[in-house]
Design a binder for this molecule. Structure first.
Ligand SMILES: C[S@@+](CC[C@H](N)C(=O)[O-])C[C@H]1O[C@@H](n2cnc3c(N)ncnc32)[C@H](O)[C@@H]1O
Length: 230
């Protein structure tokens, strides 16, 4: 996690009420700084307890703006502002069929599940078997049992349940993996960090009837995509 200063591991001390108040303060901060606008994304961020998706030794830092280490190879839970940063330009909304590449802790997956609601669908793919198992247990403990969890190379997407209205890639790629573009519905949107020169651009791609449009949202810093498109 080059570029980020990760706080030292320590035994957790905070209680549920302290986390709840940090969560509310964080959501207010995200609104104030313009990251968060949509009502359903705001409700989801207020509802999902981020601290329950973080290993014990880093749990007290749940609402700090840093990515935190997860079990597995090079896996992290992204910093709190990453979720509206991705889901707002994606226009994630009720009823969407959503595919996530990079399950990580399962936190972003749970937030997406809340946003798309009962008529929507959430599928998430994780390449690292240890990270996958950590997320699976977190989601199960939090009561999210209707998410399709897949262990494998997300660069290949998950054609079995395609097309998807929205796709989020949470690891940085050299170029957007072609199978993901193919699994995007017409008028669907995909967001991904893409390597550019020495950094990464967060790019939104929209599939219109006439072809694909791309735009840059911001500059970001994410762990690299693994697998055949890594
Ligand atoms: C920044 S983390 C994801 C954070 C996650 N959204 C969360 O809320 O915790 C990126 C994840 O992508 C996973 N990853 C990397 N390459 C992948 C691939 N080809 N397919 C699926 N997952 C991949 C990593 O193992 C890591 O767990």
């Amino acid at each position: 996690m080059q570029g980020w200063i990760i706080p030292p591991p320590k035994k957790p001390t905070k209680n549920k009420l302290e986390f709840e108040s940090e969560r509310t303060a964080k959501v207010r901060w995200l609104v104030r700084y313009g990251y968060l606008k949509s009502g359903p994304i705001k409700e989801a961020l207020l509802k999902v307890p981020r601290e329950d998706f973080i290993p014990d030794d880093y749990r007290d830092y749940a609402y700090l703006e840093v990515p935190l280490p997860l079990p597995g190879e090079r896996a992290t839970i992204s910093c709190p502002h990453s979720y509206p940063l991705f889901y707002e330009p994606l226009g994630l909304a009720q009823g969407h069929r959503f595919l996530e590449i990079g399950l990580g802790s399962g936190y972003g997956t749970a937030v997406a599940r809340e946003v798309v609601g009962a008529e929507g669908l959430v599928v998430s793919v994780e390449i690292d078997p240890i990270t996958f198992e950590f997320a699976r247990q977190n989601l199960d403990a939090a009561g999210y049992r209707d998410i399709v969890l897949v262990q494998g190379d997300g660069g290949l997407g998950y054609p079995e349940l395609s097309p998807y209205d929205r796709i989020s890639v949470t690891a940085a790629c050299r170029a957007i993996p072609p199978p993901l573009t193919e699994q995007l519905a017409i008028r669907g949107r995909l967001i991904a960090p893409v390597f550019k020169d020495a950094g990464q651009d967060l790019v939104v791609l929209e599939r219109g009837a006439q072809g694909i449009q791309k735009r840059k949202v911001s500059e970001v810093l994410y762990v690299s995509l693994r697998g055949i498109y890594g």
